[in-house]
Design a protein around this ligand. Structure first.
Ligand code: UDP
Length: 241
């Protein structure tokens, strides 16, 4: 097995669900510890790590709008919820000696730095983990789109999409359909045409147009982030047209 990293700069996309553990909601401190340890392992390999956090464990704009709320307001709530997850992850990382910075797309200077691209890159060069919070700062977008956008901006080589208990992309939901088949490789057009629930279409198009590969894998097994970074093919890789 390779001991060196295959990538020098990555974006790790953590859905809110990945932070929730078995409860399915909220933040599980044990999960935060496990993820922080896994991130530390790749920082020690010399990989520059930017993290984009979601908020499905706390709030999704869509749910609010289905309950009759104004969609944009509900989306802003979702973006604020990502900041809570970012702070929890920052705390977990700093507790084990990993230097971090949180940058938010909605300014809240008492809590974190505002998102400034050049500054984020500088932090990465100094081997600080940069956690991007508050999504893109715009309603009607997702944190998957944020991951695609930030990856393009900071010139990351790949997006690692860490899933909770799902180890890649399947033809159907493997938790529901026993005949679901796991794909090892897909193109973005496959994802878009077949409506595979990997990421939303805005995020997929952005990745496709900017040639950013995506690796979908399970974060449930400790050490998986390192495996992916070292080039082990354990999930599904999405790239190209
Ligand atoms: N959100 C948004 N704009 C963004 C990113 C996120 O409005 O650029 C809101 C949206 O309401 C979304 C919520 O924040 O439902 C949480 O993000 P997401 O659903 O992507 O989280 P994940 O599924 O990754 O946990």
């Amino acid at each position: 097995m390779a001991t060196r990293a295959k990538y020098s700069r990555i974006v790790l996309k953590l859905s809110g669900e990945a932070l929730a553990g078995d409860a399915g909601f909220g933040i599980d401190p044990k999960i935060i510890q496990s993820i922080a340890k896994q991130i530390k392992e790749i920082v020690e390999l010399g990989v520059e790590v930017a993290v984009v956090v979601g908020a499905g464990n706390i709030w999704r704009g869509k749910i609010g709008s289905e309950m009759g709320m104004d969609r944009a307001t509900a989306d802003y709530m979702g973006m604020l919820a990502t900041v809570m997850n970012a702070l929890a992850l920052q705390d977990g990382l700093e507790k084990i000696g990993v230097e971090t910075r949180v940058q938010t797309s909605i300014e809240m200077r008492q809590v974190a730095e505002p998102y400034i691209r050049r500054r984020a890159i500088r932090h990465l060069e100094k081997k600080r983990v940069v956690i991007f919070a508050a999504g893109t700062g715009n309603p009607y977008f997702s944190t998957d789109t944020t991951a695609a956008l930030r990856a393009a901006e900071i010139e990351a080589e790949v997006i690692l999409m860490a899933k909770n208990k799902v180890d890649g992309v399947y033809s159907a939901d493997p938790r529901v359909d026993r005949n679901a088949v796991k794909y090892t490789q897909l193109s973005y057009l496959d994802v878009l045409n077949e409506g595979l629930g990997v990421m939303d279409s805005t995020a997929s198009s952005l990745c496709m147009d900017n040639d950013i590969p995506l690796i979908v894998f399970s974060i449930t097994e400790p050490g998986n982030i390192k495996r992916v970074v070292q080039g082990e093919e354990i999930g599904t890789i999405v790239r190209g047209k």
